[in-house]
Design a protein around this ligand. Structure first.
Ligand code: AR6
Length: 180
């Protein structure tokens, strides 16, 4: 399923983000940047030690990555050229600026992609696994943030994929994209 915004496409894919042959995949990382479970674990396993090395170097230089922000590394052994490591918010009931922080993750990731003039970027459903963000709320915030970036920015990727790992998450994003 896909939808076009100012000539740029948002598409939904049911699958594994580590298999995507795109300019950059986005990781749902944590502030330490040193890896974890979920999609973060899968990306580090597939990307190999080169990705972790770069994360360690960034951490040594700049410290932890704040929630809502993102950093760039190479893709190591992944088919993607780069990994953008974004830190999503932990769901704490919805009154701790979770929606704004989640939208920031997507915007800051796309800003990094735009700075490098990348054309194709793939996102997972940030924060809706271990971090407990309800999928129905995350889907409209994520899609809204990306659609608004693609509509308003002069330089932006031409194709943004959401690579969703399970059919329920896929169906929820499909409903939210349809409603956008
Ligand atoms: N491809 C695409 N999506 C995936 C994959 C995959 N290979 N594997 C899991 N998902 P999560 P979070 C989905 O928990 O909630 C880590 O420990 C998963 O089904 O990976 O942002 C980090 O280090 C879910 O829909 O990320 C942080 O500490 C979505 O990716 C913490 O988890 C996000 O789930 C971040 O938690």
């Amino acid at each position: 399923m896909e939808k076009t915004f100012s000539g740029r496409v948002i598409e939904l894919v049911l699958g594994d983000i580590t298999h995507q042959r795109v300019d950059a995949i986005v990781n749902a990382a944590n502030s330490t940047l040193l890896g974890g479970g979920g999609v973060d674990g899968a990306i580090h396993r597939a990307g190999g030690p080169a990705v972790l090395e770069e994360c360690r170097a960034i951490r040594a230089e700049r410290g932890e990555c704040p929630t809502g922000e993102a950093v760039l590394t190479g893709g190591g052994g992944l088919p993607a050229r780069y990994v953008i490591h974004a830190v999503g918010p932990v769901w704490r009931g919805g009154d701790q600026a979770e929606a704004e922080l989640l939208a920031s993750c997507y915007r800051n990731s796309l800003r990094i992609a735009a700075e490098l003039a990348l054309q194709t970027v793939a996102f997972p459903s940030i924060s809706t696994g271990i971090y407990g963000y309800p999928v129905s709320l995350a889907a409209s915030t994520a899609l809204g943030a990306v659609a608004s970036f693609l509509t308003t920015e002069t330089v932006a990727p031409t194709r943004v994929s959401f690579v969703l790992f399970d059919p329920v998450t896929f169906a929820t994003y499909a409903g939210a994209l349809d409603a956008l």
